[in-house]
Design a binder for this molecule. Sequence first.
Ligand SMILES: O=C(O)CCC(=O)C(=O)O
Ligand SMILES: [Fe+2]
Length: 515
Amino acid sequence: EVFTALADLEDLLETESLLISTLEHYIKAEEEKLNYLKRYAAIYKKQYNKAAEDVQLYVANPINAYTLVKRLTTDWKEVENLISTDVNSDYLANITYIKENMKFPTEEDLNGAAVALTRLQDTYRLDTSSLARGELNGIKYSSELSAADCFELGRQSYNNGDYYHTQLWMREADSRLKRETNVTVDRSDILEYLAFSTYKQGNLALALDLTNKLLEIFPAHPRAVGNKEYYEDELQKGVTDKRKGDDGAAVADTDPSKADPYGREFYEQLCRGEISLPEVEKARLKCRYWNKNHPFLLLAPFKVEEAHHRPDIFIFHDVLADSEIATIKRLAQPRFRRATVQNTDTGELETAHYRISKSAWLKEEEHKYIADVTRRVSDMTGLTMSTAEELQVVNYGIGGHYEPHFDFARKEETNAFKALGTGNRIATVLFYMSDVAQGGATVFPAISVALWPKKGAAAFWHNLHPSGDGDRLTRHAACPVLTGSKWVSNKWIHERGQEFLRPCTSNRPPDYLVA
Ligand SMILES: O=C(O)CCC(=O)C(=O)O
Ligand SMILES: [Fe+2]
């Protein structure tokens, strides 16, 4: 699929440009064919009009008699031949070739792109009408959506069982349709989806109202007739506002995906930049030059900013050069695969809606720069890289995100990292390889920290307490990307080998901090 990384979406424009030129050539060929046919028609008509003036006189002339017969034999064959030439087959073959050999989106991509838009809509509180006008946070970025575009967003939401967004987008489709001179979708289709999703959201009276409107346009609409009867019955029984799920069970009032026990609202506020660390805590954080791990660093110390105390999160500025970033991107992109997550029960890797991006792993042997980065991580952290994972490179597409998670394996996740034999992920270094125009922060909801991507910078934190227990306060997420392309790479550092570099202590942290 292509919707999960912006790098792949760029290739779609190349596909589109080829399709446009194929279409233009096809139109030209059809026009030439039609022009020929028009010329024949004109000649026929001229001759016929002449003959019709005096039919007897016309056929009495042997030359006319001959040309009449010829027109309807040889000449007409030409016309038939022209009509039956299928100009389109070559072009259809071209299109098939393009679809098979170039990047081409699937139905899954359409669904993914639609879900991404609704996710952005929720996280960043974007109102439906502004989005349809092509505006993001008050800035007009793109052309407007047609009623049909909005309808398709509603239909995709409907297919995902997401009646909340179905309603939002069908309503928008309906209001756009009223203003369209060249209508792009049938109002009856909008009303049908809108009525049913309204019913699913629990508003029987409005569902009935919308169904009646649909019946005004389409009196014999079979489903609408049945539904009207059903809604009226239910209303009669006094069922006014019982929310019904698929199985008839009551469902939540608002968007069901928002009802989550992990403080989703707080997470989203952090993503929107509405919350940051309290000023008193900020005041305790410092910026400094760091040179403690290596004599070489005395000459070229790291510029380090503290983003949080306990757990300590450090931001290293300017630790990746633009040339290194360009090389890492170039090496990774051809190998991109949809990012996976580990199933807690089975330990298997699988794709998930809560982690949408593409990634690839790069080895030190592949390029000097990759080895340089590993050495730099060792200098930055004072930890050994002998048991670290390869460099993971990640690109997020629009709406791409990674919901709150721990980088370490929790006690119950017994299968995680077992095969590696290197222990748990003791620390994370997250390199930012791009700025992000809007959205895309790395946030730590438990400690109110939001890190905004800055090209060339890196974040570093320990995931484990010195005792080896996981630090629950390090739970973090990649917020959805609103505009721009987000590139990061991670180096995950493991426990084995760090025994003398970060000795464990018997001082156990308080229980609530231990995973
Ligand atoms: O992309 C980000 O900001 C965070 C990524 C992350 O947490 C991860 O890949 O584990
Ligand atoms: Fe992470």
